[in-house]
Design a protein around this ligand. Structure first.
Ligand SMILES: Cc1ncc(COP(=O)(O)O)c(C=O)c1O
Length: 418
């Protein structure tokens, strides 16, 4: 990570002060660090931006449950009549408990034949991921009149860490052709063709390539879906890679217009297409939360100031391995800056949120805010040494509720252990 170059996250004026105000109110309401604070206000704002886009067809945005499996946020989403996408039994049960009707849930993900029969319902929407899955689930699909889709593995989808290798998801074109024929024979012609490429796509090129491949597949099997589901993968605004480059620069996140333009062009190839579905997780949800930690101790050695905090990467922000997020003190701290490493409390050098120039006036007792914590923080939190952090939620402007208390690693006292 660069240590001297200033990092530019580019939050619009007002965003950081608004979060400082929310965190102060949560502290007044009884929040204890470390805690996450989430608010639906930034989600509403970004949804407006997405819904202003013209994709050339009506677009539906599905809530990516894996990205932020938070009941309060899911209920807010459902109260607006919006649907949710799930990839596991646990996520299915969560969204059903949050009141999503069966036909407002899209079931994705691999190896679903190992859990779907247990929760099978009429009219489920299922995107098949493999031939074995289809074989096992076809009787259920027929009996319960499922609305079906196919996930296609395109060449645009590969392991981002080793691009020579494909991902483990979806059906190859040959398998998809077979699956299509079996579904057609069963009277369950799919209505959806789905792909999800990977996360933090740097621009629209991979989507464009995938859509061209999908169109070629449809032409080759002489079948066109009613709906194309392009998955997620857009990076959120205001996050940087480890080298300091904006992850979303190639998408113009102020409008996301390059994506819409590319879709309008690419979807012209599709015959009879009625709808487009999107499942963006981090682009929509990252800005909906911050992590608040408190400085417990301050050290200085070999030219680096070190702040030891009560929360950090290991427990609360695994994403900091790959990404840099804005991190500011809650109180305005001015004066000279010095290279500072911000550590969590666990016994691992790995436990470091960031290392950057930071005001020397920051001291033990100060609260620090780590931004864009609304995506892939809760799913990847750990209980390492200390247990889980509190979760706070802004139910309405200025009204803060604790959604989860601190969850220590010691077991609850029982008569046997007391
Ligand atoms: C099928 C599917 N849809 C949507 C998403 C959300 O991805 P992102 O948060 O990158 O938008 C994922 C993430 O893994 C996924 O697997």
């Amino acid at each position: 990570m660069p240590s001297g170059r200033p990092l530019v996250f580019g939050h619009p004026p007002g965003v950081i002060p608004a979060w400082r105000a929310r965190v102060r109110e949560a502290l007044t309401a009884g929040a204890t660090t470390p805690f996450y604070l989430f608010s639906p206000a930034p989600v509403a704002e970004i949804l407006q931006r997405f819904e202003a886009l013209n994709f050339g067809r009506p677009a539906t945005h599905w809530y990516s449950t894996k990205t932020q499996p938070l009941a309060a946020q899911l209920r807010w989403w459902r109260n607006q009549g919006r649907p949710a996408e799930v990839v596991s039994e646990s996520e299915w049960r969560l969204v059903r408990e949050c009141g999503f009707p069966v036909d407002q849930v899209l079931i994705n993900g691999p190896a679903k034949h190992h859990w779907l029969p247990a929760v099978c319902a009429d009219g489920m929407r299922v995107n098949f991921d493999s031939l074995a899955e289809l074989t096992a689930l076809l009787p259920y699909a027929r009996r319960h009149r499922w609305r079906t889709g196919l996930r296609l593995l395109t060449a645009a989808e590969f392991d981002p860490e080793q691009p020579d290798f494909p991902t483990q998801f979806g059906l190859t074109p040959d398998e998809a052709a077979l699956a299509l024929r079996r579904l057609q024979r069963a009277g369950l012609t799919p209505e959806v063709l789905h792909f999800h490429l990977r996360t933090n796509l740097s621009d629209t090129a991979a989507h464009r390539q995938a859509l061209a491949e999908v169109a070629a597949f449809c032409r080759s099997v002489q079948w066109w879906p009613r709906c194309v589901d392009v998955g997620g993968g857009l990076p959120p605004a205001h996050t940087l890679g480890r080298g300091g480059r904006s992850l979303s620069a190639g998408h113009n996140p102020a409008t996301y217009e390059p994506l819409a333009r590319m879709m309008r062009e690419a979807l012209g190839e599709f015959s009879g297409l009625e709808e487009i579905w999107l499942e963006n997780g981090r682009a929509i949800l990252a800005g909906s939360g911050v992590l608040a930690v408190r400085v417990l101790d301050v050290k200085e050695r070999r030219g680096v100031r070190q702040l030891i905090c009560d929360g950090g990467r290991t427990q609360h922000a695994l994403l900091s391995v790959w990404e840099q997020h804005e991190l500011v003190p809650l109180a305005q701290r001015r004066g000279p800056v010095t290279l500072t490493a911000i550590h969590g409390p666990t016994c691992m050098a790995f436990d470091q949120l960031t290392r950057k120039p930071f005001p020397r006036s920051v001291r033990a007792g100060d609260v620090l805010l780590w931004f864009e914590a609304g995506a892939y923080h809760l799913p990847w939190e750990t209980r390492f040494s200390h247990g889980l952090a509190e979760i706070w939620w802004e139910e309405s402007p200025g009204q803060f509720e604790r959604q989860r208390g601190p969850d220590p690693i010691r077991p609850p006292a029982t008569p046997a252990t007391r």
